[in-house]
Write a protein that binds this ligand. Structure first.
Ligand code: PEP
Ligand code: MG
Length: 754
C-alpha cells in the first residue's frame, strides 16, 4: 500500500495541471483498489457547490456537469460532515440522490472521504462498487491517507492549473495568492525564476525563438555529460565491480537513445527552451519507471532523474552567463538564498516571493535590510509556471498577485505612490531625535550584516548599529575568513559608524544559517548545535573572530560585543573568559586596545528565568525576539505550516520580554530588542511602554518606528501596555494596537496606502 501511495503522490505532484492531476488520481486509485468507480468532486470556489471534476467509471460526459450543494446527496453529506461515509448499499440511505448524468444506478457500495487542506474542505474523493459490499478498514484508512496527502497536491495543482490556463490565454486574468509578510513595501515587476538550486520538477517552460541554437546548446550539454560519465568510469574502473560499472553503461546508452535525447530535441525544436524540454521528457520517463511493480526497475527512476539533473546542471552553467534581469525584477523561487539575492543588480530588485520561509527567516531579514518588499511561505506558489509573469508583491498583507487585473494594478500603483510620499515624509524626521511627546528618548539602531547595507543604515538616521550579524560575511565565502580578512570587514563597519556604537555579535551559525564549507547535519537544527554552542566547541574560530574585532576597535572604541544563543550561565562565563584571554594576548603582543562592553542575547527562555543572575554578569542585554518567540511558543520560525501560531505579540512573549527589561532596568544596564519585533510599529509601542533603552531593526523599518515614537507619549504607551497585559489572545492584542495606530492617523505604517 505504501508503495502504491508513494507512486500516486509522485505522479500527481509532477502533473502539469489540475485536470491531469485529477485524472491520474482517479485512474490510479481505481486500479490499485480494483473498484468499479473512483471520482473526485471539488468545491467550486465561486458557487460553493461540489462539482464532479474527474472520474474513472462514471460516464465521461458527467464530468463538469454533475453539481450538488452540500445539502444534496451522499457526496454533499461527506462534505457537510467533513468525515468519511462508508455504506454497503447507498441507494437505501435517506440522503441518497440519483444523478442521471452519471449513469450510476447500478452501484451499491459507496465510500466518500473529505479532502481537506489547512482546515478547508477542497472536495470529496469517492469509491463506488457494483456489489453491495462494505469497504474494509484498510481501504478506508488508505483513502483517508491518500486524501490527506493529495489535499496539498490538489491545492497546489489547482493554482498551477489556473496559471497554465492564464498563460494560454495570453496573460489575461488574475491570480491572488496568500503568503506571510516578509519585508514591508509594495513591489511591482516581472518574475524571474532562478533555476539554480531548483528541483527538476520545478523547471518552468519558456518559449524561445532560436530553436536551432537552443538545440545545439542542449546537444553540447549531452556531450559534456557523456564525457563526465566516461571520466568517472575511467576513475572507478579499478575500484568498482563490473556490475556497478554497468550502471554507467546504462547512462551512456540513455544518452545515446532516441527515445530520450531525440524526444527532448523534438520538444526544443517545437519551441520550448532546453531545461523545460528536459524536465518534460525526464519526468515522463521517471513516471513510467516509478509505476513499475518490479522494485529493480522502479529504482531506475532515480537514475533517469539523476541523468536529468546532470544535463540541467550543464545547461545552467551555459545559461548563467546570459541571465538577464528585467529593470524591475521580482525574484521567485522555492527558497531564496542570500547568494540569489546578491546576484540581482541591487537597483533592479523590487520584490521577493518564495514558497518557503517566513517573517523572521533570514531571507526576510536580508530582504528587509535591502529595503525590498518580500512575501514568503506562499505554499501554493506555482514556481515552475511563473517565469516572466507580471507580479505584485504586497509585503504588508502577504498578498501576491499574478497577472493582476487592470483595476488591481492601478490600485497598487496608487498605493505605491502614497508609500513614496510617506517615505518622503519620513525622511523629513531623519535627523530628528526618537523622542516621545513627553520627552522620553529611546535610541534607534540599525541591524546590519552586509557591507552593502551600511549606507542605507547611515541614511536612515540610525544612532548606531544594534546588531551586526557577523555570519553573513562568513556565508558568502568559500572558507572561514582569516583574522586579517575579518579585521578589514569589521574595521570598515566600525569606522563608518564611529563614534556611534556598533554591537557586533559573535558568529551565530547553525539553525537556518549554514556555511557551505561547514555542513551540519541534524534532525532539529534550531535545537541543536547553534551559535555560542559551536564557537565554544571551536575556540580557535571564536578567538580569531574576537581578536579581529578587538584589533578593529583600536582607536575607535565604539565596539560592543554580543554573545548569541546563551542558554546556560556557564556558557556566558566561558565566553567571557575567552574574550579576556584574547584581550590579554593582544595586549601582550603590544596592541593598544581596550576591553569593550560585553552583552548577552536573551533569546532562549531559560535565561528569562535566570535573568537576575544574568544582569550581574554583563554590561548590556539585547533581546532576540525572533528566537525567543520561536522557543517560547515551540513554533519553528521558518515553517509556513505553523506560521499563524508565531506571533511576538503572544502574551507569553510580552510577559517574558517585560520581565527581562525590568531586571535590566533594576540593575541599571541598557536593554535593547534586536529581533523583528523592534521594527513592528505596534510591538514597538509595547516595548516603549516597558522602558527599553534602545531598539534595533532593519534600516528600512527605522523611519516608521521613529514616527510612532514621536507621535506617542511614554505615559500613553505604559497604559496601553497595562491594558494589553490583561488580554489573552495575540490576535486581539494586535487588533487593539492596530486600531490605536489607525486612530492616531498612522495606519499607513502598518498597511499599504495612507
Ligand atoms: C533574534 O533571534 O531575534 C535575532 C535577532 O537573531 P537572529 O534573527 O539572527 O537569529
Ligand atoms: Mg537569534
Amino acid at each position: 500500500m505504501l508503495n502504491i501511495l508513494r507512486n500516486i503522490i509522485q505522479e500527481v505532484s509532477s502533473a502539469r495541471n489540475l485536470d491531469q492531476a485529477l485524472g491520474l488520481i482517479v485512474q490510479r486509485v481505481k486500479q490499485a483498489l480494483s473498484v468499479t468507480v473512483c471520482s473526485v468532486y471539488l468545491v467550486d470556489e465561486e458557487s460553493g457547490d461540489l462539482v464532479l471534476m474527474a472520474s474513472d467509471g462514471l460516464l465521461s460526459t458527467a464530468v463538469g456537469e454533475v453539481r450538488m450543494r452540500f445539502d444534496q446527496g451522499l457526496v454533499g453529506l461527506v462534505a457537510q460532515r467533513a468525515e468519511p461515509i462508508n455504506l454497503d448499499n447507498a441507494p437505501e440511505h435517506p440522503r441518497y440522490q440519483y444523478f442521471s448524468e452519471t449513469g450510476e444506478e447500478q452501484f451499491h457500495a459507496f465510500l466518500g472521504v473529505p479532502i481537506i487542506h489547512n482546515r478547508q474542505l477542497l472536495g470529496v474523493l469517492v469509491l463506488q462498487q457494483t456489489d453491495a459490499c462494505r469497504y474494509g478498514e484498510d481501504t478506508v484508512t488508505f483513502m483517508i491517507t491518500i486524501a490527506a496527502q493529495l489535499a496539498g497536491a490538489i491545492a497546489h495543482a489547482r493554482v498551477i492549473g489556473d496559471i497554465g490556463t492564464l498563460a494560454n490565454q495570453g496573460h489575461e486574468g488574475e491570480q491572488q495568492l496568500k503568503g506571510l509578510p516578509g519585508a514591508p513595501g509594495i513591489g511591482i515587476g516581472q518574475a524571474v525564476v532562478l533555476d539554480v538550486e531548483t528541483g527538476i520538477e520545478e523547471i518552468p517552460d519558456r518559449t524561445i525563438q532560436d530553436t536551432e541554437q537552443e538545440n545545439d546548446r542542449f546537444l553540447q550539454a549531452v556531450v559534456a555529460v557523456k564525457q563526465d560519465i566516461q571520466r568517472m568510469v575511467g576513475n572507478m574502473a579499478d575500484v568498482l565491480p563490473a556490475e556497478e560499472l554497468a550502471l554507467f553503461d546504462a547512462y551512456i546508452m540513455m544518452l545515446d537513445s532516441d527515445s530520450l535525447i531525440g524526444v527532448i530535441s523534438k520538444h526544443i525544436l517545437s519551441g520550448n527552451w532546453a531545461p523545460g524540454a528536459v524536465r518534460e521528457v525526464i519526468m515522463a520517463h521517471v513516471q513510467v519507471f516509478s509505476g513499475m511493480d518490479d522494485p529493480y526497475l522502479r529504482e531506475r527512476a532515480e537514475d533517469v532523474r539523476d541523468l536529468g539533473r546532470r544535463i540541467l546542471k550543464q545547461l545552467q552553467q551555459s545559461q548563467q552567463q546570459v541571465m538577464r534581469y528585467p529593470k524591475k525584477t521580482i525574484l521567485v523561487g522555492e527558497d531564496i538564498s542570500a547568494s540569489m539575492l546578491a546576484e540581482v543588480p541591487a537597483r533592479q530588485l523590487v520584490g521577493v516571493v518564495s514558497r518557503r520561509g517566513s517573517r523572521t527567516s533570514h531571507t526576510a531579514i536580508l530582504a528587509s535590510a535591502l529595503g525590498v518588499p518580500a512575501v514568503l511561505g506562499v505554499e501554493d506558489l506555482p514556481v515552475a509556471a511563473m517565469a516572466e509573469l507580471d507580479v505584485i508583491v504586497d509585503g504588508y498583507s502577504g498578498f501576491v498577485y499574478l497577472n493582476a487585473s487592470r483595476a488591481v494594478s492601478r490600485e497598487y500603483r496608487r498605493l505605491q505612490k502614497q508609500e513614496q510620499l510617506l517615505s518622503a515624509d519620513l525622511k523629513e524626521i531623519r535627523d530628528l531625535e526618537a523622542i516621545t511627546t513627553d520627552g522620553y528618548h529611546i535610541s534607534l539602531y540599525a541591524n546590519t550584516g552586509l557591507l552593502s547595507d551600511i549606507k542605507p543604515s547611515l541614511d536612515s538616521g540610525a544612532e548606531g548599529v544594534g546588531l551586526y550579524r557577523t555570519e553573513f560575511p562568513f556565508m558568502v565565502r568559500k572558507q572561514f575568513p582569516g583574522e586579517q580578512e575579518q579585521y578589514d570587514i569589521y574595521r570598515q563597519v566600525l569606522s563608518d559608524f564611529a563614534p556611534r556604537p556598533v554591537t557586533m555579535r559573535t558568529l551565530d551559525i547553525g539553525g537556518d544559517k549554514a556555511l557551505p564549507y561547514f555542513p551540519i547535519k541534524e534532525d532539529n537544527p534550531f535545537l541543536g548545535w547553534r551559535g555560542i554552542r559551536i564557537t565554544l566547541d571551536h575556540p580557535e574560530i571564536f578567538l580569531v573572530q574576537i581578536r579581529a574585532m578587538l584589533r578593529a576597535n583600536a582607536g575607535l572604541n565604539n565596539l560592543q560585543l554580543l554573545l548569541p544563543m546563551i542558554s546556560t550561565l556557564s556558557e556566558l562565563d566561558e565566553a567571557i573568559a575567552l574574550i579576556h584571554r584574547a584581550y590579554d594576548e593582544l595586549r601582550e603582543e603590544g596592541n593598544d586596545i581596550c576591553l569593550p562592553p560585553i552583552g548577552a542575547m536573551v533569546e532562549v527562555p531559560s535565561l528569562v528565568y535566570q535573568v537576575d543572575a544574568l544582569v550581574k554578569r554583563v554590561d548590556f542585554i539585547s533581546i532576540g525576539s525572533n528566537d525567543l518567540t520561536q522557543y517560547l511558543l515551540a513554533v519553528d520560525r521558518n515553517n509556513p505550516q505553523v506560521a499563524s501560531l508565531y506571533d511576538s505579540l503572544h502574551p507569553a512573549v510580552i510577559q517574558a520580554v517585560s520581565r527581562v527589561v525590568a531586571a535590566a532596568r533594576q540593575q541599571r544596564i541598557p536593554v535593547s530588542v534586536c529581533g523583528e519585533m523592534a521594527g513592528d510599529p505596534v510591538a514597538a509601542l509595547m516595548l516603549l511602554g516597558m522602558g527599553v533603552t534602545s531598539l534595533s531593526m532593519s534600516a528600512s523599518s527605522l523611519p516608521r518606528i521613529k514616527k510612532v515614537i514621536r507621535e506617542f507619549s511614554r505615559r500613553r504607551s505604559k497604559s496601553l501596555l497595562k491594558k494589553v497585559m490583561e488580554m489573552e489572545a495575540p490576535q486581539a492584542i494586535r487588533q487593539h494596537l492596530n486600531a490605536v495606530l489607525e486612530k492616531a492617523g498612522l495606519g499607513g505604517l502598518i498597511r499599504a496606502g495612507n
